[in-house]
Design a protein around this ligand. Structure first.
Ligand code: AMP
Length: 792
């Protein structure tokens, strides 16, 4: 038996419809890419999103087509999201922090037909368009005065018709557009995973999944959003949908503050204070920068109540600083692009809330518990469930209506187990209170003698060494134990150290058999586009590395027995005398002040290193091993699966000559914004080409023809009245003979206009078509009436 309730499809247009109708005056504030703070409202966003929909339809975008956005968090970006999704097209957020080659690959794999972008990303656009044969237009989020005067592509692209000016197009389009009317399972958004392991894979969100995610995130124990909040999403819209905030803010009617291109500590602090922000969300590096800014300037926080921190493990120093110095609650969260992204949050339970803050801290440092709608399980390699005892660590698996069921174009094949759970690729523990803690990525965990070693645990401790700037642990092959861990250390500026110093530092803090077999000092530890240590690149660089003991055995200077550990003073698997409790105890997170301080410092260094590493499209060589390493293909291309996907043309080297502009979270892009007032009319025409479509001129012609009879009569009458025209010409020729003739002709052109409107888009053209017909019919009626009463 079915329930007897109404079935409203959960489509995302309803969110912005609701915001416009019930919170229409609520502000949306943007630090614009052009510079000034710009204010708008949900009502205005709704109106302009409808215009964007009409623009898309006029450019030939149809339901299911992918439309790319390479853009900052701004009101224009929100309008465009809703404009795209409202007509059933798919919003494909592109991450500008990737290398241009990767962006081109992702846009091509996604099948993007049109791209919206900010001025700051035009150098990237210039490089990638020659590789995107389906992209005919790029719409620039700016007004005519800021359109670039001298945009040049870095390569041949005969298919490309030019840049279009967003504000011009929005002004020209009608705000009448019908949204929705499709199934809630329809695709709404596409976002590629960062691809630190293998090619990026597209996660295709549906209207329903994003709608449910919105409800989930609004709950008090999740983000706890309300109409009274002022929300600052620092996390970019291109990083897993800004954690859903571009949906949940309008859904609640909260004021939203968009940071644009500036995410440095000073810029974020200014927005927090001037706009009265109460809630914000970002990765740890952003908060580290804010806290440093506050520290150095003596700044204060007056309205902020809560921050959600995720994307990477949140150091204790950040949680403490927010709580103790500024009275702000930190909610540590875990999630992935594949999970929409919210998966778990370290919200305190009623029992924990009653404990002293220091006793809450171990739980606040964990990634937390799942909200209703998300199911978690922990398994061993064979899929057997592991206990929730906070010690056993295994594969973290997740299920629910906001979790990916497969990747776009079937990449990676089947991704769910027999029970429908998705393997997150993370290794974790879950404790008795239900708090999950990430201990590693499954691909990174070191398997020694059949047992797992958490690389993150060792790294977190090693980076606490006073001389360490960054630390990374990877597994290297071992003939007997399969793999053994080695520790790579980047020292702080001007420091020198020995291996023994680091091994001694780890003694007693980890299980004995976790002790790295070697310590390698490197100049650089590569970071990926989201600021995480890129172990794929490290493994590639270290592929010719051989453990010193094994190299010595091969050279005959040591016995193989020594190489496989026999007789050596190190352990390679859990010591039989070590109980599992000992091991668990030894690897329990360390909260010593110097370790935590260093963790925090490592986050900062990460941001700096990220800034330094991202603009360089060539991998940075690792000291001591660079000579041995082969040139690496960190981004291999796979043939595309779907027939409609076109293979990439080989990219001319010149395509990426334009200096990469994006650097890191804290560094705003620096492309000069050149006013182009008085630019040539020709260029203006090119940039706005296609704005009216082919139907517009025909319909304008029909309206003009319809007006001609009336014009003839009026001119004839005035000419005769003032003696300028002979009556024979004014009345006989113009009014009696020509006017009816043209009126009959215009009846034909008006009818033709209706046909044209039906082909060219009824929604856009019906007004002009009906106007032409109405004028004609009106004129004919007047003429018949006049003839009827015998008047000339
Ligand atoms: P992405 O899909 O790029 O957002 O990356 C998702 C991955 O980031 C997860 O699978 C985790 O490995 C990592 N991650 C996300 N949040 C956290 C967190 N709070 N602590 C540790 N790792 C995290």
């Amino acid at each position: 038996m079915q329930g007897l309730m109404q079935h409203g499809a959960l489509t995302l247009d309803k969110i912005i419809d609701h915001a416009a109708q019930w919170h229409g005056g609520r502000e949306v504030v943007t630090r614009s890419v052009e510079g000034p703070i710009v204010r708008t409202t949900y009502a205005e966003i709704h109106n302009r999103a409808k215009r964007v929909s009409n623009l898309l339809l006029s450019l030939g975008i149809r339901p299911g087509d992918r439309v790319g956005t390479l853009a900052w968090n701004t009101a224009r970006h929100i309008e465009t999201w809703y404009g795209i999704m409202g007509v059933g097209a798919v919003c494909h957020t592109l991450n500008p922090r990737l290398f241009p080659e990767q962006i081109a690959w992702i846009a091509d794999h996604g099948g993007d037909k049109l791209i919206f972008t900010d001025l700051t990303f035009l150098p990237i656009i210039a490089g990638i368009i020659p590789r995107l044969p389906n992209v005919e237009h790029v719409v620039v989020f700016t007004d005519r005065d800021h359109m670039p005067a001298d945009f040049r592509l870095a390569g041949d692209a005969p298919h490309f018709k030019g840049l279009l000016c967003y504000e011009d197009l929005v002004a020209e389009q009608s705000a009448d557009c019908v949204w929705g009317g499709f199934d809630e399972g329809t695709a709404a958004g596409l976002c590629y995973t960062s691809g630190t392991t293998g090619d990026p894979k597209g996660v295709m969100y549906s209207h329903r999944s994003n709608f449910l995610h919105t409800f989930i995130t609004m709950q008090p124990d999740v983000m706890g959003l309300s109409q009274r909040d002022v929300i600052l999403p620092v996390v970019p819209m291109f990083h897993a949908n800004a954690w859903g905030v571009a949906f949940s803010a309008p859904a609640t009617g909260a004021k939203i503050v968009m940071p644009g291109a500036r995410m440095d500590g000073a810029a974020i602090h200014e927005l927090l204070e001037t706009e009265g922000v109460t809630f914000s969300a970002a990765v740890p590096t952003v908060w580290q920068m804010l806290l440093q800014h506050l520290e150095s300037t003596g700044g204060t926080i007056s309205t902020l109540k809560k921050v959600v921190i995720g994307g990477a493990a949140c150091p204790e120093s950040i949680i403490r600083a927010f709580h103790e110095k500024y009275g702000v609650e930190v909610v540590h969260a875990w999630g992935m692009t594949e999970t929409s992204p919210v998966g778990t949050l370290s919200t305190m339970t009623d029992a924990l809330e009653k404990l002293p803050y220091d006793q809450q801290m171990p739980y606040r440092l964990k990634q937390g518990r799942p909200p209703m709608g998300v199911e978690l399980k922990l398994t061993d390699d064979d899929g057997n469930a592991l206990p929730h005892d906070g010690k056993a660590f295994g594969h973290l698996k997740i299920r629910g209506p906001i979790i990916a069921a497969e990747y776009f174009r079937g990449a990676g094949g089947k991704i769910l187990d027999a029970d429908g759970f998705f393997d997150t690729g993370d290794v974790a523990t879950i404790d008795e209170m239900g708090f999950m803690q990430i201990t590693d990525r499954a691909k990174d965990v070191v398997k020694s003698g059949g047992e797992w070693i958490s690389t993150i645990e060792i790294e977190n401790i090693a980076v606490g060494h006073p001389k360490a700037a960054l630390a990374a642990v990877i597994g290297v092959p071992h003939p007997k134990w399969d793999e053994r861990p080695i520790l790579l250390v980047k020292l702080k500026e001007g420091e020198t150290a020995t291996k023994e110093e680091f091994l001694d530092f780890l003694q007693g803090k980890i299980a004995k058999w976790w002790m790295p077999d070697d310590v390698v000092f490197v100049d650089e530890i590569p970071l990926g586009a989201t600021g995480k240590i890129d172990k794929k690149v490290i493994r590639q660089r270290m592929k010719d590395y051989v453990l010193p003991t094994i190299a010595a055995a091969a050279a005959g200077t040591a016995t193989l027995a020594a190489a496989d550990g026999a007789g050596a003073p190190v352990l390679y698997a859990p010591d039989p005398v070590e109980t599992p409790e000992d091991v668990a105890e030894a690897v329990e997170p360390v909260h010593e002040p110097e370790v935590l301080a260093a963790q925090a410092e490592a986050e900062t260094v990460s941001a700096e290193a990220l800034a330094a590493s991202l603009p360089d499209p060539e991998p940075t060589p690792v000291a001591h091993i660079a000579e041995a390493a082969e040139p690496e293909d960190v981004f291999p291309h796979e043939p595309l699966v779907e027939a409609e996907a076109k293979p990439l043309e080989p990219t001319p080297e010149t395509a990426f000559d334009a200096p990469p502009v994006f650097v890191a979270e804290e560094a705003p892009l620096a492309m000069p914004i050149q006013p182009s007032k008085g630019r040539k009319a020709k260029a203006a025409k090119t940039e706005t080409s296609g704005k009216g479509g082919w139907a517009s001129p025909i319909l304008i012609g029909a309206v003009v023809i319809a007006l001609v009879p009336a014009a003839l009569i009026v001119v004839g009458a005035l000419g005769a009245r003032f003696g300028l025209l002979d009556k024979a010409i004014a009345y006989d020729l113009m009014t009696r003979d020509l006017a009816p003739l043209v009126a009959w002709l215009s009846l034909g052109t008006g009818a033709l206009g209706v046909v044209v409107a039906m082909i060219g888009g009824v929604q856009r053209h019906w007004k002009r078509a009906l106007l032409a017909l109405a004028i004609t019919i009106g004129t004919l009626a007047v003429l018949f009436l006049a003839t009827g009463v015998g008047g000339r």
